[in-house]
Design a protein around this ligand. Structure first.
Ligand SMILES: NC(=O)c1ccc[n+]([C@@H]2O[C@H](COP(=O)([O-])OP(=O)(O)OC[C@H]3O[C@@H](n4cnc5c(N)ncnc54)[C@H](OP(=O)(O)O)[C@@H]3O)[C@@H](O)[C@H]2O)c1
Length: 329
């Protein structure tokens, strides 16, 4: 089968599209013939974490398609079922942190940038009928991350003011859609005027320049909650926009892992800083129910054929996208 494989060299230079052996599902697993797959910033990080000396790896965490083979002991799933893949492996219950053994599809296990992928049967769910194949294929990783960050960790409630920096991110746009649907007032930032304009069209209350003066832009308004996935470039500005006792949830660091933190300001402000990462099977189920209830569709930036993986990765690396990038397979 055709697959995008990382081997021999670090970074994008180690990626090729080539033939790989099809895998057969073992007990408790299913094989999915993919129709679409979704790109995430994680796929770029994987190209650095997966070492040239490691066995070749098919990358990719998101995808949707048809079940085409079923391992022993799997009940309730049939060949031909239309499914969406949950990339969170080994995390069932809504616990404070993932259990030992938690992994994300696409490293260390073969991922979705291929004609077929084998996953645990628990990691497929019926494709929501109102989503296109493109929307279903790009939803899972961003949707689950946004859901846990906003609701489980951020405890978002109706009427709250929420700030989401870096709205170009695929996760950030879903955060905007989820928070709006839950009755929050949403403020966003971007380095792109065009992305700010589109965010306003999608229901953001205010959208302003990530590199500007946020206090001035907000005119003294303070936030109950900030969901941070940009990282060092915006973290302290985000923190400064909280009400006393407000919460900042962080799950990403596209623009740097390390920040200076003024501890005195932090403890006088009685702020709460909460880490988050992806989510459990329980939250995946809740997320699918939530989006179906509110008929939320992920915004697609651009779809590529699989052999144009390099162009797609370049687009996300340069942050040219607004929303999700995907592949037709
Ligand atoms: N922990 C987890 O489980 C988990 C899960 C999903 C994602 N993440 C992380 O969350 C982040 C977002 O993921 P994604 O796939 O949605 O990423 P993405 O689509 O690549 O978006 C990143 C966005 O961050 C903003 N940005 C990047 N560099 C910036 C800078 N120097 N200054 C200001 N803004 C900057 C940009 O927004 P504008 O273009 O609007 O300026 C960009 O579109 C990544 O770091 C990813 O690794 C973590």
């Amino acid at each position: 089968m055709k697959a995008v494989v990382h081997a021999n060299k670090q970074g994008v230079a180690g990626l090729t599209i080539c033939e790989m052996d099809e895998m057969n599902p073992k007990a408790g697993e299913v094989r999915v013939k993919l129709k679409t797959a979704g790109l995430n910033h994680r796929d770029l990080f994987v190209l650095v974490r997966h070492q040239p000396t490691d066995p070749p790896l098919i990358i990719g965490s998101d995808g949707a398609g048809l079940v085409d083979a079923i391992g022993e002991g799997v009940d309730g799933i049939h060949v031909g079922d239309e499914v969406i893949i949950n990339p969170s492996l080994g995390w069932r219950e809504k616990t404070a942190a993932p259990p030992h053994g938690f992994e994300i599809l696409g490293l260390p296990f073969h991922g979705t940038f291929a004609e077929k992928v084998v996953v645990p049967a628990d990691n497929v769910a019926p494709k929501p009928a109102y989503l296109t194949w493109e929307e279903a294929g790009v939803l899972s990783l961003a949707g689950l991350t946004a859901y846990r960050a906003l609701f489980t960790q951020g405890q978002l409630r109706k009427g709250m003011k929420v700030l989401i920096p870096g709205i170009g991110s695929g996760v950030a746009l879903l955060l905007l859609q989820f928070a709006k649907s839950a009755g929050a007032t949403v403020y966003v930032t971007s380095r792109s005027e065009e992305k700010c304009r589109k965010a306003l069209e999608l229901g953001a209350h205010k959208a302003f320049d990530s590199n500007g003066d946020w206090e001035q832009e907000l005119g003294g308004e303070k936030m109950d909650l900030v969901i941070e996935c940009v990282g060092a470039a915006t973290f302290n500005k985000s923190l400064q926009q909280l009400i006393p006792g407000g919460t900042i949830v962080t799950f990403g660091a596209s623009a740097g892992d390390v920040v200076d933190l003024n501890l005195r300001d932090f403890f006088y402000g009685q702020y709460r800083l909460i880490g988050s990462t992806l989510g459990s099977a329980a939250e995946y189920k809740e997320m699918l129910e939530f989006i179906q209830h509110h008929q939320i569709k992920p915004i697609i930036d651009k779809m590529y054929p699989l052999d144009q993986f390099a162009e797609a990765l370049q687009r996300i690396e340069k942050a040219e996208q607004l929303g999700k990038i995907g592949f037709h397979i």
